[in-house]
Design a protein around this ligand. Structure first.
Ligand code: ADP
Ligand code: MG
Length: 257
C-alpha cells in the first residue's frame, strides 16, 4: 500500500480504498496509452470516467481487474496489490463485477442458466441456492419473469440488465461498467441507467465509463475527465461537468452536451 492510500485508510476508519491506482502507465508497443494515472475509489463511491474515444478509459478499467497488465505502477483492490505477480488474481476478480458494452451472454443458455453457471462453477453454490440468488437479482433489474427466456428473445436493454444481474449474483464488492449503454437503442438506455441508479443508491462501489452526462451529473460522487492517457480533472460532477477548469474538458463537454 502506498503512503497516501495508507493515510486514506486511516482517514476512512482503517478501510483501504476499494480501488487505488498509483502512477499507472500502459503501453501497447510504441503506443503509450496510459501516462501516469492516479485514481482512488472509496467504498460506496460512484466514479464516472468520461473522455474522448481513444483516451484510455477502457484500458484503465481493464487494469483494475488485470485484464490488462500495467507497464508500470500499482493497482490495489481492497488493499490487495493486484499488480503483484504473486497475487491470486482469480480470488480478487471474484469480488469485481464487470459489465461491458457488449453483453456477452451465453446465447445457448436460458437467462436463469446464464445467471447460475458461474455461481455454481466458480463459487461452488448448489443449484437451488444459485437459482434463488439469480431470481433475487433478476427481480432487482426488473426481469423476474424472464428466467426461462433465451437472450435472443430479449431486447438489448433487457440483455444488458441480465448481464448486470449475472454480475450481481456473484456478490461483487465493486462493479466496473464500460459504456454499458453505448450499444443500446436510445429508448432502451433509461431502464439500464435506472438499474445502475438503484445500485448506487444501495451503496455499491462503482467505476463507470460513460457518455451519459446526465447520469454522471446526477449519480456520480466524482467525475474523472481523461484525455490522452492522463486524468485532466477529477472532482464533484458540479465542478467537472458544471464548471470545468481546463480547456480540454470544456472542448470535450461542448461536443457531448
Ligand atoms: P477508450 O476506451 O478511451 O476509447 P481505449 O482504452 O480503448 O480508449 O484505447 C486507447 C488506445 O489504446 C487506443 O489507441 C487503442 O487502439 C489502444 N489499445 C487498446 N487496447 C489495445 C490492445 N489490446 N492492443 C493494442 N492497442 C490497444
Ligand atoms: Mg472504451
Amino acid at each position: 500500500m502506498t503512503a497516501t492510500s495508507m493515510a486514506k485508510a486511516t482517514a476512512t476508519g482503517g478501510r483501504p480504498p476499494v480501488i487505488a491506482i498509483c502512477d499507472v502507465h500502459k503501453s501497447f508497443g510504441e503506443n503509450q496509452v496510459l501516462k501516469g494515472i492516479d485514481l482512488e475509489v472509496q467504498a460506496g463511491e460512484v466514479v464516472c470516467v468520461i473522455g474522448p474515444s481513444g483516451s484510455g478509459k477502457s484500458t484503465l478499467l481493464r487494469c483494475v481487474n488485470l485484464l490488462e497488465q500495467p507497464t508500470s505502477g500499482t493497482v490495489h483492490v481492497e488493499g490487495i496489490e493486484v499488480t503483484d505477480p504473486d497475487v491470486d488474481i482469480d480470488a480478487v476478480r471474484r469480488r469485481i463485477g464487470m459489465v461491458f458494452q457488449q453483453f456477452n451472454l451465453f446465447p445457448h443458455l436460458t437467462v436463469m442458466d446464464n445467471l447460475t453457471i458461474a455461481q455454481r462453477r466458480v463459487l461452488g453454490r448448489k443449484k437451488d441456492e444459485a437459482e434463488r440468488i439469480a431470481r433475487r437479482n433478476l427481480e432487482r433489474v426488473g426481469l423476474a419473469d424472464r428466467g426461462d427466456a433465451y437472450p435472443a428473445k430479449l431486447s438489448g436493454g433487457q440483455q444488458q440488465r441480465v448481464a448486470i444481474a449475472r454480475s450481481l449474483s456473484m456478490d461483487p464488492d465493486l462493479m466496473l461498467f464500460d459504456e454499458p449503454t453505448s450499444a443500446l437503442d436510445p429508448e432502451l438506455v433509461g431502464d439500464v441507467l435506472a438499474v445502475m441508479r438503484g445500485l448506487a443508491a444501495e451503496g455499491m462501489t462503482m467505476l463507470v465509463v460513460t457518455h451519459e452526462m446526465s447520469f454522471a451529473r446526477e449519480v456520480a460522487s466524482r467525475v474523472v475527465f481523461m484525455d490522452g492517457g492522463v486524468v485532466v480533472e477529477d472532482g464533484h460532477p458540479d465542478q467537472v461537468i458544471g464548471n470545468p477548469q481546463h480547456a480540454r474538458t470544456r472542448t470535450f463537454l461542448s461536443r457531448v452536451l
